[in-house]
Design a protein around this ligand. Structure first.
Ligand SMILES: [Zn+2]
Length: 359
């Protein structure tokens, strides 16, 4: 048994916490946070699977600093207030993951268990088309919050996405579907001149409508880009009126393009490509400010080294995080903390209305 599990056991013994009981600590909250964050951190120790959570936001039964201990989180109503991520030094958010796709159909449960054990607390799911929402709804895991987005992937844009078979009305549809509280962002949209040169004008128009919907809804826009960087940044520049925020997902630009994106208010999504030896993305990323980077997998695509070429999954995000630690010469915990804070800031996870779907 590891040292931390011993601590948890003695902590449980000393405080007589039994599973499912609510226990309010009598020390000052700040002190409690410090002493308990260690337990939270090792929440997923593979040897002893105790689940302990601090409950900050429970409105009825607890006050800040209260501790809830439960071995059966699936049945615990307090889970919806489970906002412990800021206390987990190795908590990570996968800001771009197509976990709802058929590639995960046969082994979704072990995939999500591995994600939770790796420290992933939240998975942000970009849509490919309006049908994606239904696939997303089928997902659940007791330790992971799933967040939906609405949008049309540029490779799926053929100019017929709006009402009446044209793009007219696309923005209205995005506004209508995107206004639901459970929709965390608009995307993914963007441009892809590699796979689809046929509908370039339609892609650009779609991107504009996504940006307008994102601004009106005050939600981030998630941007895909392939062989189209200058056009993408031009359109973002044209759309930026102070209200647009978002992520250039799977960032692979030059230093100048990266800086231009930052100036335009974008965050950079860092995925498996940063670990590829021949891509050169690592050297560019090393020049970017860490407080504007977020982690992502883009699973099932673009698995990082040493899994390159395999099906990507959320738990592999740790390889990307390790690469970032190396590039910035900081600890892995520091990388996780910074990138998680960035994602929480961008997606407004601190907002009390932010709950996501835990089950
Ligand atoms: Zn994607």
């Amino acid at each position: 048994m590891c040292k931390i599990c011993e601590n948890i056991l003695s902590f449980r013994k000393n405080t007589n916490i039994t599973c499912g009981n609510l226990y309010t600590l009598d020390k000052e909250p700040a002190e409690n946070l410090q002493s308990i964050s260690g337990f939270i951190h090792y929440n997923y120790c593979p040897f002893v699977r105790f689940r302990i959570a601090l409950c900050f936001y429970s409105q009825r039964h607890t006050k800040p600093g209260s501790l809830i201990c439960f071995d059966n989180p699936e049945k615990n109503p307090y889970l919806q207030y489970w906002k412990y991520t800021s206390l987990m030094p190795d908590a990570m958010i996968d800001t771009h993951c197509h976990i709802y796709l058929p590639q995960f159909q046969t082994d979704i449960h072990p995939v999500l268990d591995r994600a939770a054990q790796a420290g992933i607390t939240d998975i942000m799911m970009p849509a490919i088309d309006f049908g994606s929402l239904k696939q997303m709804d089928a997902l659940g895991h007791p330790h992971i919050r799933f967040h939906k987005m609405i949008g049309i992937h540029p490779c799926d844009v053929d100019g017929s996405q709006g009402d009446s078979g044209s793009q007219a009305g696309l923005e209205e549809q995005l506004l209508e579907k995107g206004s639901a509280g459970e929709i965390i962002a608009i995307g993914e949209t963007g441009l892809d001149y590699y796979w689809s040169r046929e509908h370039i004008a339609a892609q650009q128009e779609s991107l504009r409508q996504h940006c307008q919907a994102a601004k009106a809804l005050d939600k981030p826009v998630i941007l895909h880009n392939r062989d189209s960087t200058e056009d993408l940044l031009d359109i973002i520049g044209e759309q930026q009126d102070g209200r647009l925020r978002g992520i250039w997902h799977c960032f692979n630009g030059t230093p100048a393009q990266g800086r231009r994106a930052l100036d335009l208010g974008l965050y950079l999504g860092i995925g498996g490509v940063v670990t590829f030896k021949n891509a050169g993305v690592d050297r560019v990323v090393a020049d970017m400010p860490p407080d504007r980077l977020v982690l992502e997998t883009d699973a099932p695509y673009l698995a990082p080294v040493p899994m390159r070429g395999k099906r990507n999954e959320p738990s592999y995000i740790k390889f990307t995080a390790e690469k970032l630690s190396e590039l910035f010469d900081i600890s892995l915990e520091e990388t996780d903390r910074i990138t998680t804070e960035n994602a929480r800031r961008l997606f407004r996870c601190q907002d009390p209305s932010f709950t996501g779907k835990v089950m």
